[in-house]
Design a binder for this molecule. Structure first.
Ligand code: SAH
Ligand code: SF4
Length: 354
């Protein structure tokens, strides 16, 4: 097996400058040239870097890779064009991403805006009872380079740049702040990927220490929280993480986030028949959302092979949504984009593992 090399797209400008100085290239313009090849021209091979001396290109390619993962399987949703990509890492582990085109507008116009859902870990340690990603536990966290490498690979497949990014693929991003925060800095730095932080959303199952670290990083990304239950009793039934950081700890941490963030928090709420879809759940959820001044994203449960939950019938989902709206809580009911391609996190990988 060829050696596993670090992804160069995980390096900051300072890290590149010191790597170049180890190779006796101390001029700042070399670092700028390398940055441009990586970030602006999206080089896929060091040989394309025509303004770098051939010996330097060879040295760099012996130390780094430009493509830390490759797409090995794709499935396209017939419904709304969401495209799920299964990626193989250099050590054969698999991660997933989903390309989500903008919805067709009211006038029937299709915007070219593209959202990418990326993974932060291989598998997940948190084992939520509705989620395919946690079924086989955590293999490992992704490095900064592998988090960013997903974006380059997806853009290559899509033939266009992505406009926004959501960390809603496999894994718990806030259990990997060590790699996530440097990745967010590169993703939002104008001289690197240059996405506006308001177009980047980090989703967490409620990892309270990670939330504090993300707040301390002062990167003004958006926050989504997988709530899925309005009480500790309901939440603990489906999310073991709630036994570690219960609502009593999570809600104050979200209030602290909300106090300094320009954006509303999004509460993600999967509707599961007979578990969390009753009118009293809507009422308690509305109170929580009002307290946090949050908006709510309702997602009817997407069946996962091996798990026995059911999606509520459409009338129940619609009435739950109406209930929240009538309490003046901004709410969307999102039929999972690409449910027909197993788009909920971890599902495609699960099929390949089983
Ligand atoms: N670990 C983070 C990031 C992963 S996003 C978190 O939990 O927030 C995980 C999201 O995928 C969940 O909030 C949910 O919105 C969605 N999801 C996972 N399994 C699902 C399922 N079976 N049906 C519908 N959505 C699901
Ligand atoms: Fe992990 Fe999030 Fe899935 Fe829970 S929902 S198992 S935290 S990826």
């Amino acid at each position: 097996m060829p050696p596993i090399l670090p992804a160069i797209c995980g390096c900051t400008r300072d890290a590149l400058a010191s790597a170049l100085s180890e190779l006796d290239e101390t001029c700042a313009y070399r670092t700028t040239q390398l940055m441009e090849w990586i970030w602006k021209k999206r080089a896929t091979d060091f040989e394309q870097m025509s303004n770098l001396p051939p010996a330097l290109r060879r040295e760099l390619s012996a130390r780094y890779t430009l493509r830390p993962l490759t797409v090995v399987n794709q499935s396209q949703s017939g419904v709304n064009g969401a495209r799920k990509l299964l990626c193989r890492l250099q050590d054969d582990e698999l991660v997933e991403m989903v390309l989500i085109p903008a919805a067709v507008g009211d006038a029937g116009t299709q915007s070219r805006r593209l959202t990418l859902c990326v993974s932060s870990q291989v598998g997940c340690a948190f084992g939520c009872k509705f989620c395919a990603s946690g079924l086989h536990g955590l293999k490992r966290s992704l490095t900064t380079g592998k988090i960013i490498g997903q974006i380059f690979e997806a853009e290559h497949v899509a033939g266009q740049r992505v406009d926004s990014l959501v960390f809603m693929g496999m894994g718990e991003p806030l259990a990997n702040t060590q790699n996530l925060i440097p990745a967010l800095r590169l993703i939002t730095a104008p001289q690197a990927l240059g996405l506006s932080p308001r177009h980047v959303t980090v989703s967490t199952s409620g990892h309270v220490p990670g939330l504090k670290k993300l707040a301390d990083s002062a990167i003004p990304v958006r926050l989504a929280v997988s709530l899925h239950g309005p009480t500790n009793e309901v939440r603990s039934r489906i999310m073991p993480v709630n036994r570690r950081w219960s609502l009593g700890e999570l809600i104050p941490a979200l209030e602290a986030w909300q106090a300094v963030s320009k954006h509303k928090i999004t509460l993600e709420y999967i509707l599961i028949a007979g578990l969390n879809d009753a009118p009293q759940h809507a009422q308690m959820l509305a109170s929580l959302a009002q307290r946090l001044r949050a908006k709510i994203n309702l997602i009817p449960y997407n069946p996962v092979q091996g798990l026995n939950w059911q999606r509520p019938v459409e009338a129940v989902c619609r009435s739950f949504c109406r209930d929240l709206l009538s309490r003046r809580v901004p709410t969307t009911l999102r039929y999972e984009k690409g449910a027909d391609i197993e788009a909920a996190c971890g599902q495609l990988r699960l099929r390949h593992l089983s």
